[in-house]
Design a protein around this ligand. Structure first.
Ligand code: ADP
Ligand code: MG
Length: 208
């Protein structure tokens, strides 16, 4: 399975629709254990990307990922702006030397997730977006040889379970870490938006 950058406008629209449809829920999550701005930050970034979608669709994947990362870094703000920005910039760097087939994408995504870990000084189990991103990356790497629809289902399941796993965690990074025990019982906002975006992309690929 190989996907062209011509699909970027479709992906961006699906992602923005999904985040907008769940905006109230995510805002409530970030209000409970953060400062409530996560969806506003993310939608600002996604709107900036939408304006670039025609240009992005004419680029190579590596340049497109890098531009997406730079745009998110410069428009989103918040911890998540630099983290999602780092994810895509690192994916762009890895895509310079790796093909965008299924196995190659697993390596590209892994490089992005590694950059988020480095930037956030965080890992699995700290109640952040990494609890969605790391299991999603593992699902891609472990299952890169299975049929596309099974792979997409495994990816969605890993992201969903990872997102849910943040509910009962204590936060050790980000604003929620100031709350100690009080953060427990709430899903992390960034884990939820990562999962929503991964599922939106998988759904577009499944339908096309
Ligand atoms: P801010 O926390 O600056 O208000 P946002 O609300 O936009 O930024 O984003 C918060 C999200 O960023 C959290 O829900 C969490 O998923 C993620 N996050 C925060 N700090 C870290 C970190 N050190 N490592 C990984 N993810 C983090
Ligand atoms: Mg916030």
């Amino acid at each position: 399975m190989t996907i062209s950058t011509q699909s970027i406008p479709l992906f961006l629209k699906a992602i923005k629709d999904e985040i907008a449809a769940n905006a109230e829920e995510v805002t409530a999550l970030d209000q409970a254990i953060g400062d409530g701005d996560h969806v506003t930050n993310l939608l600002r970034g996604l709107e900036a990307l939408e304006k670039q979608s025609a240009e992005l669709s004419e680029m190579e994947w590596s340049a497109a990922f890098m531009k997406i990362g730079m745009t998110l870094m410069s428009t989103m703000g918040g911890a998540s702006g630099s983290l999602y920005g780092s994810l895509f910039v690192a994916m762009g760097k890895e895509a310079q030397k790796t093909d965008m087939d299924t196995a190659g994408f697993a390596d590209i995504f892994d490089a992005g997730v590694t950059a988020v870990k480095t930037r956030g000084k965080a890992d699995l189990g700290e109640k952040t977006m990494l609890d969605t991103l790391i299991p999603a990356s593992r699902a891609l790497s472990e299952k890169a040889d299975i049929a596309a629809s099974d792979l997409l289902d495994a990816l969605k399941k890993a992201a969903y379970e990872g997102m849910l796993s943040t509910k009962d965690m204590l936060a050790t990074k980000g604003r929620a870490s100031f709350l100690g025990e009080r953060a427990s019982g709430h899903i992390d906002a960034g884990a939820r938006t990562s999962q929503l975006m991964i599922c939106a992309i998988a759904d577009v690929i499944e339908k096309n």
